[in-house]
Design a protein around this ligand. Structure first.
Ligand SMILES: CC(C)(COP(=O)(O)OP(=O)(O)OC[C@H]1O[C@@H](n2cnc3c(N)ncnc32)[C@H](O)[C@@H]1OP(=O)(O)O)[C@@H](O)C(=O)NCCC(=O)NCCS
Length: 188
């Protein structure tokens, strides 16, 4: 299975909103993607499946994942990474994280940070794989069940240490998962 990741557009909003509700059925305030796309700090990506080589570059079809980043000066805050439950454990979450790191590097960010639910070990493992470490706890951060948020951070994505490890992880990803397309320029 190969994937394509590209910048989210207005036309993607109905499909992404539907996917968001499926993945986070308990969220009291679903993400308002209309507002997010108008926010110049926010950058959203969507993911598709494609079969090589016929539909390479098409990056269309059913949206099976999305990710969001807020960029404030040199700090990139990961808002979310979410993958359709039918496509988990196939490398898509990792590809979306790689795409967010590429985006943060393109935008000259240094620090990347996020909050993950304390119970969400899956997400924590994904971020740990890419060098994010726990830096503290936001007590009762999540409104729905007052669950704590674990703050996870990479201090400097421009450091040689991070870049060397990141390059290795991307190489390993490609060897294990094959080709994937990441298009970070807006398709209009
Ligand atoms: C977290 C999430 C995005 C991971 O996506 P995914 O496509 O299933 O993950 P991948 O297959 O790309 O796995 C990448 C890494 O994540 C970690 N991981 C993924 N699933 C895991 C699991 N069930 N248990 C432990 N680690 C797991 C591993 O480190 C894995 O690397 P590996 O393949 O070398 O073991 C997905 O589970 C999801 O959408 N969850 C619901 C939404 C959510 O909680 N988002 C995070 C908000 S902060």
């Amino acid at each position: 299975m190969s994937y394509c990741v590209r910048v989210m557009t207005q036309d993607d909003i109905p499909a992404v909103s539907k996917l968001d509700r499926q993945i986070f059925p308990d969220m009291q305030m679903p993400t308002n993607f209309e507002n997010e796309l108008k926010n110049c700090m926010a950058h959203y990506l969507v993911a598709f499946e494609f079969d090589l080589p016929e539909s390479k570059n098409s990056c269309e079809g059913s949206i099976i994942g999305y990710a969001g980043l807020w960029v404030m000066v040199s700090e990139a805050h990961i808002v979310n990474i979410a993958v359709d439950s039918n496509y988990r454990r196939c490398g898509l979450g990792e590809l979306l994280l790689i795409a967010l790191i590429e985006l943060a590097l393109d935008m000259n960010c240094n620090m990347m940070t996020l909050e993950a639910r304390s119970s969400n070990i899956t997400a924590q493992r994904l971020y740990q794989k890419y060098g994010f470490t726990s830096r503290g706890i936001r007590k009762g951060y999540y409104n729905d069940n007052r669950e704590d948020g674990i703050i996870m951070t990479v201090d400097n994505i421009n450091s040689k240490t991070f870049k060397d490890e990141y390059k290795k992880l991307k190489g390993d990803y490609q060897k294990k998962r094959g080709a994937a397309e990441i298009i970070l320029t807006a398709p209009f």
